[in-house]
Design a protein around this ligand. Sequence first.
Ligand code: SF4
Length: 367
Amino acid sequence: GMPPLPPPTLAERRPTRQIKVGKVLVGGGAPISVQSMTTTLTSDINATLQQIAALTASGCDIVRVAVPSQDDADALPAIARKSQIPVIADIHFQPKYVFAAIEAGCAAVRVNPGNIKAFDDRVGEIAQAAREAGVSLRIGVNAGSLDKRLLAKHGKATPEALVESALWEASLFEEHGFGDFKISVKHNDPVIMVRAYELLSEQCDYPLHLGVTEAGPAFQGTIKSAVAFGALLSKGIGDTIRVSLSADPVEEVKVGSKILESLNLRPRKLEIVSCPSCGRAQVDVYKLAEEVTAGLEGLTVPLRVAVMGCVVNGPGEAREADLGVASGNGKGQIFVRGEVIKTVKESEIVETLIEEAMRIADELGDS
Ligand code: SF4
């Protein structure tokens, strides 16, 4: 028969040119990738590779490492060689590390024009080295390190100032016939950030790397990023994303992945549909939802599991899901693809749901 239609999204992706970050394609219709950044000392090769392995396991597509010193630059060849995902070297201040990163086999280099003083003079050399090595760049403009000339001109880091800075740097590379880069214009204020990316997307066809910078601790940062990325992605803007959190970078990857899954921009995996509970609930919904979520963590197949507190919406939602429970009277009706397969005691709901989920996952070919 016909293959199933892909799930609907809110907008067509904005067409952009495509670049390569190692084996990952960015822009030009490629799936939106999720990035994160290591928090280890890059010079500590083992610790950095361990963190990269954890990020890879959590679904990170591309990882960035900071290169503030020669020791860090010296660690890049080993890290680039052993990482399972493409490594981007993040360079501020020192053009010499850009060349070191390219030589080390990094997939890409992030440069911040506002922070590389002698940068403009060396654009031609950087472009040539990058082209010869097949390395792409990110022109990463940040509100906090905006070019002094533009800060003076615009008074502060307005959307227009961020975009002008980015396009100015882009033009320097274009003068050397180089266009293999993506652009970011990050700000900690989602409103300014969204406006900046909207303006940028009207004025160029480079792939865009979305980020709310200094978004804050996990709760605030998650919300700021979800709101800002959601506003842009729902208009088709954004080709790769990085959620910045003052938290374990694995959390950044989980949040980024969930944002893309929510908008059908990447296949949904485990999705728990649980009710908020209310005065009608006949079980502890929070505990039930938490235990089911914990029991199914790491499942890689698409599975919608409904956990409902009572019979008002319970059977309906449970029926719509792949698997679900509607609770009441100390019992749980277990639904699989719309059919009640059994009714179990309340104390057996969690184990039954996990058992059934594993069985379905096996059928779907989970490894
Ligand atoms: Fe309340 Fe039942 Fe709805 Fe849960 S499913 S919120 S318990 S009415």
